[in-house]
Design a protein around this ligand. Structure first.
Ligand code: PHE
Length: 358
């Protein structure tokens, strides 16, 4: 093996031993640098004849080309290795499942409200909505609860700007103001129809259609613990006509409860109570005959026969019109239906709780 082949082989060996680009550049300097082996060999040609220089020069050049090719190959190999290391370090695990977008759904109390609405709609009840900021008149006075009436103290609420100086507006403490709002509209509409009927021959009998409505919505009281929230829901019910009795209330509410809880295995109790806007008044309790709540009386609504003064506030004659009203708690009904023991869970917005109802 001639001397040049030895140089080329030792260059290849040195390059292969270099494990980093910096090592490789140092190894390169030993062979093709300013004072490297090839440069020295070139210098060594000075004493040769022209003929000898030609063949020796060509041989050295070949050797130099071989060394440079080996250098390039090693450079590429090192760069490639570095890339592989980097790729490995920055690798994405494409086998991880993606994050799906949740589909969302209705709040459990909304599910209850929808249920209440459809059950009462099937019994011929209209569904009405009203304002949450209410006047003193609709929330209290029109409901036979004048200023200074002791029953007002049980409805401590949040007063807001607006309204009369001595009777400011407030966040409604119950949905009962909707009894008045709805009835007044109903009576007005009936009067307008009567007026129209005066001038034309109509089939209209002249009798006012019965008032049959429920009014679900948000209500407010200064109250907060595991079973009371400063914002809560109520659903008012009102049925007024010329011949509506407590018997109808019992039938309607019993039928509602059995449909709502999908069980005939429950009984109702009408427990005497007091509300300024009903006389007589009753709390409605239910008792399941089987299941986890069996045997306990659970209060679900206040109710009663609409007080004559309230019938007057509606613009009707209490000698002619009579009816009943009730106000129930959809939050409570939701707790009973799903076995939830803390009302605050409904309003915390914790997705782990809410997702269970979808
Ligand atoms: N408004 C009453 C309450 O909030 C409930 C009720 C409504 C009672 C209708 C009788 C009639 O406690």
């Amino acid at each position: 093996m001639n001397e040049l082949n030895v140089v080329v082989d030792s260059a290849k060996a040195a390059f292969n031993q270099a494990l980093t680009p910096a090592d490789l550049e140092n190894a390169k300097a030993l062979f093709v640098g300013k004072s490297g082996r090839i440069t020295e060999l070139m210098k060594g040609m000075a004493a040769l004849t022209a003929e000898e220089k030609k063949s020796r020069g060509a041989a050295i050049n070949l050797a130099k080309q071989a060394i440079e090719a080996a250098l390039t190959a090693r450079r590429e190999a090192l760069a490639d290795a570095e890339l592989q290391v980097q790729l490995k370090a920055e690798a994405l695990d494409v086998t991880l499942p993606g994050r799906l977008r949740g589909s969302g759904g209705l709040h459990p109390v909304s599910l209850t409200l929808e249920r209440i609405e459809s059950i009462f709609a099937s019994m011929g009840f209209d569904v009405a909505q009203g304002p949450e900021i209410e006047s003193d008149w609709f929330n209290f006075t029109a409901l036979n609860t004048p200023e200074d009436h002791p029953a007002r103290s049980m409805h401590d609420t949040f007063y807001v700007e607006g309204g009369l100086a001595n009777a400011p507006n407030l966040l409604r403490t119950h949905t009962s103001p909707m009894q008045i709002r709805y009835a007044v509209q109903h009576v007005k509409q009936h009067r307008l129809q009567l007026e129209a009927g005066k001038n034309t021959e109509t089939l209209f009998s002249g009798a006012m259609p019965e008032i049959r409505v429920i009014a679900p919505g948000r209500t407010y009281r200064v109250d907060s613990d595991a079973t009371h929230s400063p914002m809560f829901h109520q659903c008012e019910g009102l049925w007024v006509g010329e011949n509506v009795s407590f018997k109808d209330l019992k039938f309607v509410f019993t039928d509602f409860c059995r449909t709502f809880f999908e069980s005939d295995d429950l009984v109702l109790r009408f427990r005497p109570s007091f509300f300024p806007f009903t006389e007589p008044s009753a709390e409605i309790d239910i008792q399941f005959q089987s299941g986890p709540l069996a045997g306990r009386w659970l209060e679900v609504a206040g109710s009663g026969q609409v007080h004559p003064n309230v019938i007057r506030s509606m613009g009707l004659d209490p000698e002619k019109f009579i009816g009943f009203a009730f106000g129930m708690g959809p939050d409570r009904l939701t707790m009973l239906r799903y076995g939830v023991n803390d009302l605050r869970l409904f309003f915390d917005g914790d997705i782990r709780f809410l997702a269970q109802f979808q």
